[in-house]
Design a protein around this ligand. Structure first.
Ligand code: ADP
Length: 166
């Protein structure tokens, strides 16, 4: 069984992520979408919420499953018998860091990183930018599934209604 992992924070999942996950699912027998659950990072959505949205978004891909991970990705790969990490590359700016990470990961364990070039229509897409644009009232409906848009809008409204921290 050829099994790959698509790691990330997915805060929240975008069409850019789903494009890479779908293409990975066409290349491998099984794809595990690994959601970083590192509690120290500030996220708009909890790990459970991010995983739930991914499960819904990936429901149409029979060979894709969603899991949480903390700690080293290479340890996760060893525990799940995974020998390939699939990463989307958006721009040259992604490459330096991703190359360094791929080389580090392959030196830690027997894992290959496979870079998939982003589809041109998603090359500018990042969860952080989607959140920023949406928080200022911009229309991000083209970039995330409809149910994610509804969750995002509701969460941003909640955050905006909270009293500001001193
Ligand atoms: P992180 O917060 O760890 O950078 P993200 O959740 O933003 O992770 O993204 C996870 C992975 O999904 C990225 O490392 C990248 O490989 C891929 N990705 C994200 N957005 C896109 C996009 N627009 N096109 C292609 N790949 C993407």
């Amino acid at each position: 069984m050829r099994r790959a992992v698509c790691p990330g924070s997915f805060d929240p999942v975008t069409h850019g992520h789903l494009d890479i996950i779908e293409r990975a699912a066409n290349l491998f027998d099984e794809v595990v979408v690994a959601v970083g659950v590192n509690a120290s990072k500030r996220r708009l959505f909890t790990a459970e919420e991010r995983m739930g949205m991914l499960e819904q978004a990936c429901a149409g891909f029979p060979n894709v499953r969603v899991a949480g991970f903390s700690g080293l990705l290479t340890t996760f790969c060893q525990e799940h018998d995974i020998h390939a990490i699939v990463k989307g590359l958006r721009a040259v700016s992604d490459f330096d860091y991703e190359l360094q990470m791929a080389q580090m990961n392959s030196s830690l364990t027997d894992v290959e990183t496979v870079f998939v070039p982003t589809s041109p229509e998603y090359s500018f897409l990042a969860s952080s930018l989607v959140k920023e644009v949406a928080s200022f009232g911009g229309d991000v409906s083209a970039f995330v599934p409809g149910f994610v848009l509804a969750r995002l809008t509701a969460r941003l409204d909640e955050v905006a209604a909270r009293p500001q921290d001193a």
